[in-house]
Design a protein around this ligand. Structure first.
Ligand SMILES: [Zn+2]
Length: 511
């Protein structure tokens, strides 16, 4: 008899590997692909095919012929490397990322390249029917530098994780916080489908305190050629224009307009240049754009949002999501802080009032999705975000998956966790510089005063979370290999931690 499909047990018998059962997939020409581990624990792509026809020439590895179940099989064991990640995406189309459009989506950044199977389980567990679409590959150029990974490795690690776990539905790949055309080029070559353009370096956060004449000077000094505009033409377009977004009525008076332009005009010019470059690079390949000004000092007011969206549209930029800088303090890996001078109820009310306006603007000037960055662990604002966007939302998480890796390490290898904690305490003051965090390292106990069974609880402490979060680059420099080896040896523990923790992120948006 001829098999059209093989069971995981048959794949194991043919290959000698310990097979990940959900990875078994049938490709063209009846070849069966699966992921397994050899006796040394090394991941291998197994390919088996009945008969003596040649195997896919794009692959390479150890070949043998096996007689099994009354017929001859060609078996090839290939290294789980970049070449074979590309082979998998060619052979199994569901392993290619794609644009997600306006579907409710969550970005699941993975700094270690080990988290995707856990992310898959979180999505499958919380969002049956795929009501939340996942972005399984998501990393900024800055994070790539700190983790020592390339954009191609980010895509490849997601590819292997999805293959391992048998994911077959649409997924996205977000090249996050791109600042230059060169950033776009390297991510396009790696096959990303979502491009987050970050013009934050071109936002003037000091306009609020500028004098009227200073403001006028800055306004006139904008790159009007790139903006295909002039001060008088801009004035004229907004003079009598009334924006109606449901109950919300907007008119941008002259001062508001001049201030918005002085603050964001250069950013709009930069986004336009980036978006046109991206269009040229991508050609016929499908992709989508996010515009992100979240990593700036001052909040984006609803009026500024109106200005940004209206001007980008005039310049022909198209985007699927936009990340304003929302009001209040957003810090990495911890819940929403808001305005520290308010109690938490007031801060949430302020957030909700502003967020509702941004959501109305995104609906009427788009529709496009609002994007919530630094989304990790912002549990208190998720219900607000879900309610006001009615599904037009994208949430980005990243550091939280690294912290779940550390929670796993704290449970299974206390000695390594103690080393990482000591290093984090030593590096925090230097490493915090480029992040929005307020933790006091003095409130994080040194490893020597803690018993082993007290270590995992640090991952529930505000100060310890931030200190461990922003030092990930330093920790990976020194302990990356050990950390990955321990996670590989305890992968089910890590996946379970991710499933539980990311499930809490997904649930509010899955309804
Ligand atoms: Zn961001």
């Amino acid at each position: 008899m001829t098999h059209s499909h093989l069971s995981p047990a048959e794949c194991a018998a043919l290959s000698g590997l310990t097979v990940y059962p959900r990875s078994v997939s049938v490709a063209a020409a009846g070849a069966v692909y699966f992921l397994g581990r050899d006796a040394g624990g090394l991941r291998q792509l197994g390919i088996v095919q009945p008969g003596s026809a040649p195997l896919d020439p794009a692959t390479c590895g150890l070949d043998r012929t096996v007689s099994f179940d009354g017929q001859v099989w060609a078996v090839r064991l290939c290294p789980a490397d970049a070449r074979h990640a590309a082979v998998l995406r060619a052979a199994l189309p569901h392993l290619r990322p794609q644009p997600l459009g306006l579907s409710t989506s969550v970005g699941l950044g993975d700094r270690l390249g080990r988290a995707t199977p856990g992310h898959v389980r979180a999505v499958q567990g919380t969002a049956p029917g795929a009501s939340v679409t996942p972005v399984f590959a998501q990393q900024s150029i800055r994070e790539n530098a700190r983790t020592g990974r390339t954009p191609q490795q980010v895509i490849d690690d997601a590819t292997w994780g999805l293959f391992q776990e048998g994911w077959r539905a649409p997924w996205g790949a977000d090249a996050d916080h791109l600042k230059t055309p060169a950033d776009i080029d390297v991510c396009a070559a790696a096959g990303f489908t979502m491009y987050t353009i970050d013009p934050g370096d071109h936002v003037d956060n000091t306009v609020q305190s500028a004098s009227p004449s200073d403001l006028r000077d800055r306004f006139h000094a904008l790159p009007w050629n790139t903006l295909e505009d002039s001060p008088s033409a801009l004035d004229a377009r907004y003079q009598d224009r009334v924006f109606e977004f449901g109950d919300l009525v907007f008119k941008l008076d002259v001062l508001t307009l001049v201030r918005a332009a002085a603050k964001y005009g250069r950013a709009i010019a930069h986004v336009t240049v980036m978006a046109r470059h991206l269009a040229q690079v991508m050609g016929d390949h499908p992709y989508e754009v996010e515009v992100s000004v979240d990593e700036t000092e001052t909040p984006t007011s609803p009026a500024e949002h109106v200005y940004i969206a209206t001007e980008l549209r005039r310049l022909g930029v198209q985007w699927a999501s936009l990340a304003p800088r929302f009001v209040g303090r957003f810090e990495k890996g911890v819940d929403y802080i808001g305005d520290p001078s308010m109690d938490s109820g007031q801060a949430l009310a302020e957030f909700e009032a502003e967020f509702a306006q941004h959501a109305a603007i995104a609906w009427h000037l788009g529709p496009y999705k609002l994007s919530l960055h630094s989304g990790s662990d912002k549990f208190s604002i998720y219900p607000i975000a879900a309610r006001h966007t009615e599904g037009l939302i994208h949430v980005k998480t990243a550091g939280t998956s690294y912290l779940e890796a550390l929670r796993t390490i704290a449970r299974v290898d206390p000695a390594l966790f103690r080393d990482i904690l000591a290093l984090a305490r030593a590096h925090y003051e230097a490493d915090r510089a480029s992040y929005h965090v307020s933790a006091d390292v003095g409130r994080v106990p040194p490893p020597e005063v803690l018993r082993d069974d007290e270590l995992p609880a640090l991952l529930d402490d505000f100060h310890a979370r931030e200190v461990l979060h922003v030092t990930f680059g330093s920790a990976l420099d020194v302990y990356g290999d050990r950390l990955r080896a321990v996670l590989d040896a305890h992968e089910e523990t890590y996946y379970a931690a991710l499933e539980a923790h990311l499930g809490r992120h997904l649930a509010p948006f899955a309804a």
